[in-house]
Design a protein around this ligand. Structure first.
Ligand code: PD2
Ligand code: ZN
Length: 285
């Protein structure tokens, strides 16, 4: 494990004064062989020594403390105006922060997304925690297709609507992903954030930082099964065409909420189509 020396001290001081983000410095140090917790503490100290704002780096105490539920960015109210559409709020859940919506997409929009993706699907992957590679595994049995952010006028309209609904900048969003599950298809419980301290996460957070929130839009009804489940919160949300579920797992202190463990239950009748949007803490470019 790498140790602090004069060269790293100077590197830290220079980068803090240049205005580098704490996150990017921690990432570079982890890649160079520092332990995550040690790197966070060293960056925090360097930032406070030079008078920079240190609060943006979670201190080790913050990491071990219970998750702090700060204000959710999604607008209050029964209806949220999202760019070009009024979206109905069905359920708000505080711990974890989960919101279920109706009418995020019209039936025609759902149909168009399915038809555009249907012939371009590839078996879904998950991030290997050790090396960051994308592996095909039995825990995730769906097929997917990615649209580039704002790749044409139709996709741009949806990207803008979703960014407005999540109240998070468009540029911080990954592309829209379409997922298709056939009978028996499932996604076993997992976190959408990249677990800190795993080598594989370093690669995936280098672009845009950590994921902060997810929106899953249901493009189809499902005859039976296929609900999105939060096993530690005792919550299940049924798929309903055009509806969506939002959940937020990173707060302003950069803590991550373990109660957002979630999965896609096995589809036991019919098929399931969804679309996901993952938002990052910084621009995803
Ligand atoms: O298909 C789902 O309901 C589901 C559940 C949990 C999808 C994802 N996670 C995902 O794509 O991350
Ligand atoms: Zn997920």
């Amino acid at each position: 494990m790498r140790e602090m020396d004069a060269a790293w001290q100077e590197w830290l001081a220079t980068n803090v004064s240049r205005g580098c983000t704490p996150e990017s410095m921690v990432e570079a140090m982890v890649q160079a062989g520092f332990e995550m917790v040690a790197a966070q503490e060293l960056v925090r100290r360097a930032a406070s020594e030079t008078g920079a704002v240190a609060a943006v780096v979670a201190s080790p105490e913050d990491e071990t403390r219970a998750y702090h539920y700060d204000a959710c960015p999604v607008a209050d109210g029964n209806i949220v105006r999202a760019h070009d559409r009024d979206v109905k709020v069905r359920v708000r859940f505080d711990r974890p922060q989960v919101i279920a919506f109706d009418d995020v997409l019209s039936g025609e929009e759902c149909g168009e997304l399915i038809e555009r993706a249907r012939h371009r699907l590839k078996r879904s992957t998950t991030v290997n925690p050790d090396n960051g590679r994308e592996d095909v595994i039995q825990l995730r049995t769906s097929e997917g297709f990615w649209f580039q952010r704002c790749e044409d006028a139709f996709i741009e309209r949806l990207d803008r609507r979703i960014s407005a609904l999540m109240n998070w900048p468009l540029e911080h969003g990954e592309g829209l992903q379409i997922l298709h599950y056939t009978q028996g298809g499932e996604y076993r419980p997992h976190f959408d954030y990249f677990p800190p301290g795993q080598n594989g996460s370093v690669l995936h957070t280098a672009r845009g930082g950590q994921r902060v929130a997810t929106l899953i839009v249901y493009l189809s009804d499902v005859d039976s099964g296929g609900e999105t489940v939060f096993p530690d919160a005792g919550l299940a949300v049924m798929a309903s065409q055009g509806g969506a579920i939002y959940f937020r797992y990173m707060n302003g202190r950069r803590q991550l909420d373990p109660l957002t463990l979630h999965g896609g239950a096995p589809v036991t009748g019919g098929e399931k189509w969804i679309m996901t949007k993952w938002m990052r803490e910084r621009p995803y470019v």
